[in-house]
Every structure is written in C-alpha cells, then in structure tokens.
Design a protein around this ligand. Structure first.
Ligand SMILES: Cc1ncc(C[n+]2csc(CCOP(=O)(O)OP(=O)(O)O)c2C)c(N)n1
Length: 338
C-alpha cells in the first residue's frame, strides 16, 4: 500500500503554519520562556501519527506540538495553553512542555527521556485493556543516555510491550554535539536490548510512513516493540531565539559583547594549555556557523521535500495551502478572544 501524500502534506503544512503563529506570538511576548519548535520534525510526526487508531497512545517530549495537532487536538486549545490561559488545553498550567489530553491518550514532558517510561506505561495499559492498540514514545537522541529511557527499552522487550520508540535524531542536544557524549551506534544499542530496529530519513514522509507502518503492524500483531531511528533537522535550532543560531546567523553583532570576556579568559595566567585555549576559541568561532549550516539545509526540510513532489499539480497544492491558511488565521483570532 502507498501513502496518500496529499493527506500527509496537509498535516505537515498545517503544523508548520500553526507553529509560525506560535513563533509570532512568542516574538510578541504572548508566549513566554523557551519555545521548542517541531520545525523539521513534521514528516516524522505525520508519517507516524497519521497511522494511529482509536485507543493508541503517545508519550511526547518537549516538541509535542506537531503530534498533538496531528492527533486531532483542537488547535485553539493548544495555542491558548501555550499562552498560559485558563481556557487552554491544561488550564494554562502545562505551558508548552507538559501537555496532556485524556481523551486522546497523550502526554508530553520536558524531562528528557521520560517519554520512555510514560510510553511503557501507556503500552502496558494497552496490552491489558485495549488489545491490538499500541503506544508511541517520541524523544530526541540526546535522551538516549538517560537511564529511565534505557530501562524502559529493557522492560518493553522483557514484557513484549506494544511500544514504538521513536528517536528523532538532529545530532544536537542544545549546543552539544550528541556524538561527543554518546558511544556506539544507536540502533546497535537498541538491538542489544533485543528491540527490532529501523533507520529512516526523517525528512522523507513516505519513507517514515512505510517504516513506521510496518513497525506498527508488527507491534499490533504481538511482534513486540520497535526502535525507529529517524534523522531530522531543527530549522530554528534548539528553541526560538537560540543563542547558537543567533551567533551563527549574525556572528559580528552577537560576538562583539563576548570579545572582552573571551579575550580575558584566553589570556589568563591560570588555566588550560595554549593548545586547549586555541582549540576552544576555534570551537566557539565555528560551532554556531556549523550548527546553522547543518540544520537549515533546504533538502533536509520535510516541507520543502514533500512540496517538490506535489508541485506538478500547482493548482491543487495552492488551493490546499490557501484553505489551511484560512483555518490557521481563524485559530489565531479565536485564541486571542477573551
Ligand atoms: C532530565 C533532563 N536533563 C536535562 C534537561 C535540559 N534539556 C532540555 S532539552 C535538552 C536537550 C535534549 O536533546 P534531545 O533529546 O536530542 O532533544 P532535542 O531538543 O534535540 O529535540 C536538555 C539537555 C531536561 N529537560 N531534562
């Protein structure tokens, strides 16, 4: 069977537009604190969430907006929640990282790695209460060294839980290159626990749909848990206004206030060797630029990739985008009403 690319694009585009409104609100100060976006993860979310059925559950990380939206949660409720309003999804108490919907069986958390145990709990409930349903646990590769996530992988295999672990790998944990703190290959680690594993290009929504679909079928049929390793980028970096991206995009402006402290620390008598200092300074000078370059490549943007495949039917594409535009404008206006 082949996926309906138009349907998947509709979900991805809707999520992108919705998050653009979130970005505008954040820039206007209507949403406070760090705002982690799902920009760049839309194909992973769409390829998986669009195959969920009633009774399936999902445990999310700090980038939960796209999956929640795609699962059918009212966008106005999400937007109001992000604004901290009492008429939001969780009464304004969840912010953007701790969202919950009993009706949709989904919960997010900002505690890195906690979607593992939460997903295992959902899967255990599914095994007992709703045979044939499953749970999905979404997390970034930065969570892969968290004990609780590894423990839940172990239990998922030992108890043959209907659980799909989805590792969204953008190679960065805030400003740390994940490879610099992680040994070995992730799929090999997962295989070590006895998990079935799949690796996929997370910008290719059709590939995600196929890989996830097979894994979900296998899990529903009692074949046990799967580890799906999906590669992606974060087009706006770790969160909106991310320091590394600000520096990478405008090195001169952002670095000027830092030159004094950097110079002072580089010339201090006590401290590391000159070699180490030069290495650190080179790293400070190159890391922001590299991060922006790696994360903003057009070919790694799932929206761009999917749009390219649909562009031959320009009229249909533009009509679809216009329709969603109207919907999201409306959501924005309703969310702002008293
Ligand atoms: C247990 C815990 N430790 C540290 C943090 C701080 N923190 C927030 S996001 C993040 C990086 C997570 O990286 P990754 O899991 O790859 O997700 P990404 O943000 O790249 O999507 C960290 C360390 C946290 N929220 N929870």
């Amino acid at each position: 069977m082949e996926p309906d690319l138009w349907y998947l694009y509709r979900h991805m585009f809707r999520s992108r537009l919705f998050e653009q409104v979130v970005q505008v609100f954040w820039e206007q100060g209507l949403i406070s604190f760090d705002m982690h976006m799902g920009y760049g993860e839309e194909a992973i979310a769409a390829g998986i969430v669009c195959q969920m059925v009633d009774g399936d559950a999902m445990a999310l990380d700090h980038r939960g907006t796209p999956p929640l939206l795609m699962r059918g949660i009212e966008p106005t409720l999400i937007l109001r929640e992000l604004m901290g309003r009492p008429d939001g999804l969780c009464g304004g108490l969840g912010g953007h990282m701790h969202l919950y919907s009993r009706e949709h069986l989904c919960a997010s958390s900002g505690i890195v790695g906690s979607s593992g145990p939460a997903g295992a709990g959902f899967a255990l409930a599914a095994q007992y209460l709703r045979p044939g349903t499953l749970a999905i646990a979404f997390f970034g590769e930065g969570a892969i060294n968290q004990g609780m996530l590894l423990e839940s992988m172990n239990l998922a295999v030992a108890w043959q839980l209907p659980l799909l672990f989805v590792c969204k790998d953008d190679k960065w944990s805030i400003s740390t290159r994940s490879a610099s703190v992680t040994g070995g290959e992730l799929v090999e680690r997962a295989r070590g626990f006895g998990l079935h594993t799949v690796e996929v290009d997370g910008a290719d929504v059709e590939a995600v749909w196929h890989s996830a679909g097979e894994a979900m079928k296998r899990t529903r049929d009692g074949g046990g848990p799967t580890f799906l390793h999906a590669h992606c980028v974060h087009l706006e970096g770790h969160h909106l206004g991310f320091f590394l991206f600000r520096v990478g995009r405008d090195q001169i402006k952002e670095m000027i206030p830092l030159l004094g402290p950097l110079l002072r620390s580089a010339t201090r008598r006590k401290g590391g060797s000159s070699r180490e200092r030069i290495r650190s300074l080179t790293d400070i000078a190159t890391r922001p630029r590299d991060a922006v370059k790696e994360q903003t490549q057009k070919e790694k943007d799932p929206l761009y990739r999917t749009r390219q495949k649909l562009i031959s039917d320009r009229d249909r594409l533009e009509a679809l985008e216009a329709e969603i535009n109207v919907e999201i404008q409306d959501v924005m206006e309703v969310a702002l009403e008293d």
